[in-house]
Every structure is written in structure tokens, then in C-alpha cells.
Design a protein around this ligand. Sequence first.
Ligand SMILES: C/C=C/C(=O)SCCNC(=O)CCNC(=O)[C@H](O)C(C)(C)COP(=O)(O)OP(=O)(O)OC[C@H]1O[C@@H](n2cnc3c(N)ncnc32)[C@H](O)[C@@H]1OP(=O)(O)O
Ligand SMILES: NC(=O)C1=CN([C@@H]2O[C@H](COP(=O)(O)OP(=O)(O)OC[C@H]3O[C@@H](n4cnc5c(N)ncnc54)[C@H](OP(=O)(O)O)[C@@H]3O)[C@@H](O)[C@H]2O)C=CC1
Length: 445
Amino acid sequence: MKDILDAIQSPDSTPADFAALPLPESYRAITVHKDETEMFAGLQTRDKDPRKSLHLDEVAVPELGPGEALVAVMASSVNYNSVWTSIFEPMSTFGFLERYGRLSELTRRHDLPYHIIGSDLAGVVLRTGPGVNAWKPGEEVVAHCLSVELESSDGHNDTMLDPEQRIWGFETNFGGLAEVALVKSNQLMPKPGHLSWEEAAAPGLVNSTAYRQLVSRNGAGMKQGDNVLIWGASGGLGSYATQFALAGGANPICVVSSPQKAEICRAMGAEAIIDRNAEGYRFWRDEHTQDPKEWKRFGKRIRELTGGEDVDIVFEHPGRETFGASVYVTRKGGTIVTCASTSGYHHEYDNRYLWMSLKRIIGSHFANYREAWEANRLVAKGKIHPTLSKVYSLEETGQAAYDVHRNLHQGKVGVLCLAPEEGLGVRDEEMRAKHLDAINRFRNI
Ligand SMILES: C/C=C/C(=O)SCCNC(=O)CCNC(=O)[C@H](O)C(C)(C)COP(=O)(O)OP(=O)(O)OC[C@H]1O[C@@H](n2cnc3c(N)ncnc32)[C@H](O)[C@@H]1OP(=O)(O)O
Ligand SMILES: NC(=O)C1=CN([C@@H]2O[C@H](COP(=O)(O)OP(=O)(O)OC[C@H]3O[C@@H](n4cnc5c(N)ncnc54)[C@H](OP(=O)(O)O)[C@@H]3O)[C@@H](O)[C@H]2O)C=CC1
């Protein structure tokens, strides 16, 4: 592993040097264990502690198949799907690995008693499998997390519709929170040269998801001037949705839960901000009953901020807690676009406000190949910036996931894998200098 790191850090290394480097037999990786899936039985969701279930293990390097690449991972990031994996909710991810393992001789590799997690990476290609021509050892890359087989025509127009669509590092093994990762080569994209390893690893999953959900015609198809209500506007998804809204000439109405988070949204350029904590919205009177008066109070607040307009789009992900309010405050003909249900997946809303006002609910999930590429291109062009706040070592991944689980973080939380320190891997200092303030906006707050 040391030789690999030395090659990555040497400016003189050539593709041939990388191709000639022997692969290690094993590497360090963050895992959950199949024999521990019941460890939190009986606990409330918030009390399930990722620090207890996430392990740092030495694991074997997987066999490389056709169309695949092994990547030396310099940095990764924590996504909420890793939190779900670590607390075994809504189900253990080992069921996904077993199902994938049944697909073919080659996919059987994924069905192991340990699951190497992580759905983002920035690093360097070490080896490519047969049939890979577009990528070579030594190339600096990021990887998006869409894994598809594309054997069915269902996914040939929109790769998210492939019946064998999976999220790498969540529904497949050999993810990015590790020193080495196995990906399909069409997950690879060029690493933006003006970013460090940990900055480059931060946007991938959430940036691509927010792009499809908000910008793409497969999602809400946001246009100039749209009022966009963004829940968790300084969080993982929300910090990119806010940037897309601002960059696309829309008007984000950012919902956050503290003055500090409100300040971050202001620093990004948003003006309409709601501190849901300070304003004390209680959309649920009790576990079973919502309070439409609170929906209305929330709607009035939005109208105050927009000069009397309702929102064209709601960028939804909290789910049960907020969904009734989201449907209510959407304008006639508007769109609620949802990609998650952090607070509960059984939503309740008053359907009269949906059908009588001709609103639409759109389900959105990650991004297709093209959308992920377009989202990465915007980062590479300095139009969208990483929202990295804090960086942990690989050993500390449990703590990093705990922070995200307990909503103690801002934006994105990074993890150094092979990178010995922060700030390495920048290749375009001139471009970086132009965007430095924006790149550092979330740091250490
Ligand atoms: C990029 C980052 C993303 C995120 O962070 S997202 C947030 C994290 N993700 C989640 O929380 C989602 C986790 N996944 C799940 O909870 C489950 O994954 C799903 C609920 C999505 C699906 O459940 P399942 O049990 O895996 O799938 P089924 O489709 O219900 O299949 C079970 C059996 O039911 C059959 N079936 C499906 N649809 C129908 C139908 N319409 N009529 C009759 N049968 C149906 C299937 O074929 C299959 O059958 P057979 O077991 O024999 O293979
Ligand atoms: N389908 C897909 O492709 C994807 C789905 N997801 C899912 O989306 C969800 C969010 O992910 P991500 O943005 O990375 O997570 P983060 O935790 O980084 O951000 C979410 C933000 O939502 C806000 N929030 C949380 N709970 C509530 C609530 N009950 N009511 C209102 N606001 C709330 C919080 O902001 P504040 O406290 O400031 O209001 C929080 O910071 C997760 O469930 C994740 O699994 C994520 C990426 C892709």
C-alpha cells in the first residue's frame, strides 16, 4: 500500500508505473458484520450507534472482473445511506448482497459475511478489467455510485430504470470507505483538478441526486424564477439543492434548524431562510395527528419571504414529519419531488390539496449515468462547490457516521482513506484560487 501511495504522491509517476505496481493482497476497509445485524434490536432509531457497528477491518482485494476497475481510494465521504447500513435500517444490507450474489458467477463475490460500505470516492485507478478502454492506471478519478447491468432494455433510456440498478457501497460490496474500491468502469469520472482529494470525494452522491431531483427533466425540471422550498438546506442534499437553485436563477427558500445553519445558507447567497426550530413548527400534534393550522402558519411564512407567492417546487427528503406540510404549501400546479424519508416512510397528506390544486408528487432516486456526469462537470467547472465541513480519518468513520446520524454536522463530512493529510491532490491552483472562499464556505463550522 505504501508503494501505491508513493506513486500517487510522486509527480514523476507514469501510467506504466501504476500498471506495474503489484496489487496488495488485502487492504483496510470500513465494514458491518453479518453476525451483528441484530445488535441494536429493541433500541430506538436515534439510540443505534454507528460507532458500535462500523468496524475497520483488513479485507481481501476482490477479483477484478470485465468492465470493472480497482481504485486506490484517497478520500471518501459519509452519506446517510452509510448511516442506514450501520443501524441496519430499514433493513440489513446483507439481503441486498445476497440478492446480488445470486445474479451471476461474478456477482457472487459481493455476498460476503462483511459489507464494505461507502458510496463516494476520489482516488487513482490501479487496474482495469477486460473491455475497459476509457480509463487507464494512474488516472485521477471520482466515482458515482450507480451500478447497473444494462442487460434489459428497461434501463437503456434512463439507466436508473435498469431492473438491476444498485447503489454501489450500499447494495453492492467493495465500497469507497476503504483504501481500495471495486467499481464498474462506467462509474468513473474525472476528478476536478482544483479540488483536494477530500473535497473531490464530497459532492458525488448528494450532488448527483440533487441534480436529478431538482434540475433534470426526470425530476422537477426547475426553471428560472421558480420558488424552491429546500428542507435541510445546509445538509448533504440541501447544500447542493441550494446551489443549484441559486445557479439556475431560482429562488431558494431554505429551511434549517439553527442560526448557524441559516448563516451558511446566507453565505451561499440565499436570502429567504426559515429556522424551523426557532419558529417552532409542530406539524404533528401527536404521533397520529397532523395539525393543518401549522401547515398554514408555515405557508404564511413562505409567502412573507416570497412577496406572497407559493412554492413551485418542494425539495423533499425528511418524509413523514414534513410531507403533509410540503404538499400543502406547494402552489397550484406545483411539484413535490422526494428522494427519501429520513423521519419515516409512511407519509400522510391531505389529498384534496393535491388533486384539487393539480399538484404532482415525483419520486426521484440518485441519478442516471448522464446526470451524474453532468453534475460532476458542474463541480469541475467551478459552478457548484463541495460543502465539506469536517474531515475524519478512516479509523474515525464510526464517529463521522454518528455525527451525521445525530444531525451534528454541516454539509458533508469527509473521510481520509489513503491520503495522509488534508489538502493534497490539487492540480489546478489557479482555478482553486478563484473559488477558494466558496470551496471553504462550510469548513470547520
Ligand atoms: C443514493 C443514495 C440513496 C439513499 O440514501 S436512499 C435511502 C436508503 N435506502 C432505503 O432506505 C431503501 C432500502 N430498501 C428497501 O427498503 C427495500 O429494498 C424496498 C422497500 C425498496 C424494496 O423491498 P424488497 O423487499 O427488497 O423488494 P420487493 O420489490 O418488495 O420484492 C420482494 C418480492 O416482491 C415481489 N414483487 C415486487 N413488486 C410486486 C408486485 N407489484 N406484485 C407482486 N409481487 C411483487 C418481487 O418480485 C420480489 O419477489 P421475490 O422475492 O420472489 O424475488
Ligand atoms: N434516494 C436518493 O438517491 C438519496 C437519498 N438520500 C436520503 O436523503 C436523506 C437526507 O440525506 P442528506 O441530505 O445526505 O442528509 P443530511 O443529514 O446531511 O441532511 C438532511 C437535513 O435534513 C434536515 N432534517 C432532518 N430531519 C428533519 C426533519 N424531521 N424535519 C425537517 N428537516 C429535517 C436536517 O437539517 P436541519 O436540521 O437544518 O433542518 C438535516 O441536516 C437521507 O434519508 C438519505 O438516505 C440521500 C441521498 C440520495
